[in-house]
Design a protein around this ligand. Sequence first.
Ligand code: G3P
Ligand code: MG
Length: 254
Amino acid sequence: MSLVLGHRGASAYAPDNTRAAFELAVKQGADGVETDIHLTKDGIPVIQHNYEIDRNSNGHGNVEEMTFEELRTLDFGSWKGEEFKGEKILSLDECLEIADRSMRLINLELKQAQKVDSLIVEKTIEAVKKHKMVDRVLLSSFDYHLLQKARSLCPEMLIGGLYDEAEVDQTDIYDILKDAPAYIAAQGFDFANPHINYLCEEGIVERFTQHGLGVAVWTVDKPYIAQLCAQRGVKCIITNKPDIISKAVREVCD
Ligand code: G3P
Ligand code: MG
């Protein structure tokens, strides 16, 4: 059975990475969510996709150059619709509280800090352990050094290597694309997390499986593609539209 995870929550319908988006994803039938983590200037892990907060808040600047208190005064909901006015940025701690009571799995994506620093790994693992959720987290990143650090600090947590040619900062992308199953297995990870474009190749999911890897694919918003992924044995299907994708996956998995 494939798990359906809301990409930044039910982000097609609610402001991404907010409480509203997470709660809606669960209500729409998702098993959990995928979400993104940055560290604030004062070292608090927060839920936010971009470095800049200009796209999705009424503030300006870089999340890593602002304190949690400063970020907390801003509105992260109105840009998506008046009904979301007043959505606040969430700390990882608050996000894990929501996950603990409503999700089977949460995929935490570590964003590459502009400062090269593994503090984000330490703080994230600390929060996950505090909530006793090590067995319900899939930790992923495009930055495999951060993932290696996580593996050494918490060997029992599931780790997934993200890859996508469009990710300009991913220095090892050419080596990954030559033979992703072998490359990611050699890192010692548990999951490969490819963009959907890389799952078109015949037999690719089976090759990941042969290398002992689960597959968590993103972003799948078309029901027939989600059904194909589920039938091929993809473990996690990450979508912006948990309503239609949960329904489609249940049709082929039940
Ligand atoms: O984790 C899958 C996906 O979220 C990676 O890309 O840019 O949407 O965080 P992005
Ligand atoms: Mg992400």
